[in-house]
Design a protein around this ligand. Sequence first.
Ligand SMILES: Nc1ncnc2c1ncn2[C@@H]1O[C@H](COP(=O)(O)OP(=O)(O)OP(=O)(O)O)[C@@H](O)[C@H]1O
Length: 226
Amino acid sequence: MSGIRFEDVSHGYGERPVLHEISLDITEQRVGIVGANGSGKSTLARMVNGLVTPDRGRVSVHGRDVAKNGREVRRLVGFVFTNPDNQIVMPTVAEDVAFSLRRRGLAKEEIAGRVAAILERFGLSGHADHAAHRLSGGQKQLLALASVLIAEPAVVVADEPTTLLDARNARLITDLLTGLDQQVLVVTHQLELLAGFDRVIVVEEGRIVADDVPDAAIRHYLGLLA
Ligand SMILES: Nc1ncnc2c1ncn2[C@@H]1O[C@H](COP(=O)(O)OP(=O)(O)OP(=O)(O)O)[C@@H](O)[C@H]1O
């Protein structure tokens, strides 16, 4: 079974309910989630790889229950955080990209080949031995995405991946995300990012209030903000 499924999912933090009985079947390749600040988008996205476990209901990826098969699901789902500093774990760019492969016990030569290829694809070859934390914000965001993609996840979830970026780097990340072979789920406030997407889900106060092709869903969302 492919795709991401939410079955009657509710969640709150402390006494405060944040998501209410969400049911979704996400099988399209490129799906956006939009909504006002605090509407519950990040909470929803974080459930896909088990960063948040729902109080009620069930989330599954490719038929695997996220709460029960966490390790397996984290292999299937790569998560790109808003702030790449939260994601950089190794001192140099090449080491950071190689990290997930080392943990999987791949041979050194195999890792080196894959790292070189992905750094080339992301325009980071010249930075391979540079300190990861010294990269610019845009380069860090590229590094974060490269470090996720090198593990070849089936699904990429990105939570506001362009928020910290200038227009040029935002375009670069947008083009990269739009061109991926993987299923992509993106939470964003940058609505132009969603132009080539297949489906956009609008969240309002913890409920799905629109779920449609981008034009129609975004029109609905803008209507809510007006
Ligand atoms: N770890 C947490 N502990 C307590 N409350 C939280 C936590 N994470 C989120 N919240 C609250 O839950 C609500 C939904 O937050 P969430 O981050 O899912 O919204 P969002 O739609 O992604 O918002 P934004 O667009 O501002 O990023 C907010 O009111 C937020 O303050």
